[in-house]
Every structure is written in structure tokens, then in C-alpha cells.
Design a protein around this ligand. Structure first.
Ligand code: IMP
Ligand code: MG
Length: 179
């Protein structure tokens, strides 16, 4: 699974598991007694999402959305669109968008703006990772797993050109010597 492009493990399976449990507990406490819809931002968040929802101990409904902005490389393109929309009418409902990483913030800023126009009762964002030093637009996640330095990471759902999503931990990708 690992090759010369993987520099090191940044966040171990154990750390991810522990933090996911904490986030799930917080979400369960915050939304007890409310109707909650959790939306997985595909594809990167799918691994985190699957682990997170299984630790949530209140009823939850799930949906998926696909946003396109990133190409096959490592730089963000300015424009974001929804290429696969959610199936729910979220008007009057409590919604949490689940993402893999907040980088420039452009994707989530745009997505939350678009979804907010549909009048959800509440709209929050849960992200496994956050790279605050890379922000181009003002955006903060409501539930964040780990703040990380400005390194390109792969694994646990995150990819480089669709590779490495299956690594069980979050690893630093060696950007100098691409294959
Ligand atoms: P943003 O719009 O710049 O915040 O980009 C968010 C998206 O960029 C994420 O959903 C990821 O798909 C991708 N991305 C940003 N940083 C990384 C990284 O370090 N590894 C893998 N994907 C990343
Ligand atoms: Mg993504």
C-alpha cells in the first residue's frame, strides 16, 4: 500500500479513532431530540463519514453530495459547483456537512452558501482535517478533528490523483518527487 511517495504517517489509526469518537459524542449530545441529516461530501470524506456515523448514538439520516473544484492535482481551482446534489429537501431540518479537509475554504464556503439558500433549520460543518494556514476565504468548521500544518496529505479517504484513499491512516505525501 505504501510507496516512496509516502513520507510519513501524520495521524495514526488510533488517533483518528479516538478523535472520531469524541466528535461523534459531541454531535450526539448537540443534536439529541432533533432530526439530523448528515451529508457526506464525496469522495474524500467517505471513510471518515462511515466511521463517524457509526459512533453517533442518536437517530441520523444520511445523504451525499459531490462538489467539483479540485482537479486531479494538488491546486484548487477557484470555482466550485455541485455535480451531484443531495436528495433531501433540507428546509427546516438540521444538517451537518461532513468533509475530509478544509484547505483554502473555497469548497465549503461555496457549498454552505448554496445549501443555506434552501432554508435549513441549522447548517454546520464537520471536517476531519483543517489546514488553517492555507485559507483564501474566511471559513471555519464547527467540528474539526485535527488542525494540520501546510503539507499535502493522503490516506483515510484523501487522495492524490485518486490514489491512496485506502490507506488506514493520514500520511504526508512527498510533493518533491512525484512519479
Ligand atoms: P478547499 O476548497 O481548498 O478547502 O479544498 C477542499 C478540497 O481539496 C478537499 O475536499 C480535498 O478534496 C482537497 N484537498 C485539500 N488539501 C488536500 C490534501 O492535503 N490532500 C488531499 N486533498 C486535499
Ligand atoms: Mg474533497
Amino acid at each position: 500500500m505504501y510507496d516512496k511517495n509516502i513520507e510519513k504517517v501524520l495521524i495514526s489509526e488510533e488517533m483518528i479513532k479516538q478523535r472520531t469518537q469524541e466528535l461523534a459524542k459531541k454531535i450526539s449530545d448537540d443534536y439529541r431530540g432533533k432530526r439530523l441529516i448528515m451529508v457526506c461530501v464525496l469522495t474524500g470524506a467517505m471513510v471518515f463519514f462511515a466511521d463517524l456515523i457509526r459512533q453517533i448514538n442518536i437517530p441520523v439520516e444520511v445523504d451525499t453530495i459531490v462538489a467539483s473544484s479540485y482537479g486531479a492535482g494538488m491546486t484548487t481551482s477557484g470555482s466550485v459547483r455541485i455535480s451531484k446534489d443531495i436528495k433531501y429537501d433540507i428546509s427546516g431540518k438540521h444538517v451537518i456537512l461532513v468533509e475530509d479537509i478544509i484547505d483554502t475554504g473555497v469548497t465549503l464556503k461555496t457549498l454552505t452558501k448554496m445549501l443555506a439558500t434552501r432554508a435549513p433549520e441549522s447548517l454546520k460543518v464537520c471536517s476531519l482535517l483543517d489546514k488553517p494556514s492555507r485559507r483564501k476565504v474566511d471559513f471555519e468548521g464547527d467540528y474539526v478533528g485535527f488542525k494540520i500544518p501546510d503539507e499535502f496529505v493522503v490516506g483515510y479517504g484523501l487522495d492524490y490523483a485518486e490514489k491512496y484513499r485506502n490507506l488506514p491512516e493520514v500520511c504526508v505525501y512527498r510533493t518533491q518527487q512525484e512519479n
